[in-house]
Design a binder for this molecule. Sequence first.
Ligand code: ADP
Ligand code: MG
Length: 452
Amino acid sequence: KFDWTVELKNRLREVFGINSFRLVQEGVCNANMSRRDIVCVMPTGGGKSLTYQLPAIMSPGCTIVISPLISLIRDQILHLKEHNIEAVMLMSGIAQDEMRSIMRRLEDTATSQGSVKLCYVTPERLSKSKNFMSMVQKLADNGKLARFVIDEAHCVSQLGHDFRKDYKELSRLRQQFPQIPILALSATCPQKVLGDLLQILGLKPITLGRSANNKGTVYFSSPLYRKNLHYKVVEKSSVAAEVIRHMIEYIFEHHPNASGIIYCLSKKDSEAVANDIQVRSDGKIRTGVYHSEVPDLAKERLHEDWRRGTIKVVCATIAFGLGIDKADVRFVMHHSMSKSVENYYQESGRAGRDGKDADCILYYRSMDAFRLNEFVVTKTGQQQIHEMLRFLQDVKECRHILFAKHFSTQSNLALSAWSAEPLVRCSHCDNCMRAPGAVEERDITAEAWRVL
Ligand code: ADP
Ligand code: MG
């Protein structure tokens, strides 16, 4: 279906020893080889580097990669060396003679037989080093400048959370090299940042389609599709003890000896849920509590007990997150709805890091939306609750597709035009499992809108 897929896959196997692409990688690599401008938004760990490294080794000349952190650049260089790919890095702090030798290799690549495939630079190189910029010009003049790659591209925008002054200088790239394609990579790029980014980098508006005369920017976005996660939204009883009973039964039936997390709305809730589950399971399910007011020492002990498996279930507020390094979490339950779809994706995503099957179960009733709303003061916050409600209310669409749509917003068409794999139903979430017509559609959002 794609012009370059066969060759890309061969090189992927030969050079990297990888047999298949992840979701949008194939599309991004093909769009790259077709010399299109690209914005690619993929979560951390999704595999963004491959989307330019593979095209880089297949293109004549050198790909320039702008990356903000020296430590990240070093990791990449080591990785590329292991795969026998010729790559260099330029940044402040490199010794004079090494700098000269790197510049010589770039010169060779521009004018004779040299073959540096990737050159990593920090953004201040572009703004501060005239030598380097004239080398880039030389590469371009000799047809040896393959493309620019901008890692963490959201840093160009002041509207984002991570603005960096040096990134503003990147607008020079399009001005000085109008013919050279640009690939912008990021893990987070909200709509307003995206608009800003296109403008600052001088990229054309995003367009759909792959025809040769279409020169607009191609946009890709994909949340990590994790097929081992089984999503389910459960109607929540208004009787607290019923909810606990349901949780205990579920754990006994599906995960009797496994580790899990139960996210709760408040500190008080997490304490109550932890206590109730342990007591009502006659101590068979050992629980712990984690929230911001648990003393540091107790937190450490909990982490340790949980890791060792002496505590099975951590009942927590969203304070429990960073630093969870447990791979075999078999279930993440939500005693109450998350405050946004992003939050739910992150929190539930702590299940099944080992790739084995895991359950993500959310207990929902409209009263919880009302309670949650009391915590939220901003308009954005309320909008996020509404989006979360829409996610919960949907009883038809596959949960994984709902996530994909949420994260790619207006760009689904772009995604399907360039993605070899269309968005397919996971076939194992609650909505996929529900036989068509088996359940009357219930409009829980309408109910919730009334209380909000
Ligand atoms: P990102 O930059 O998006 O955070 P990386 O490019 O660092 O992610 O990739 C994360 C990890 O995933 C790396 O170890 C990489 O080798 C691996 N990876 C990338 N693509 C694939 C793939 N198609 N199959 C298997 N592993 C992959
Ligand atoms: Mg990266």
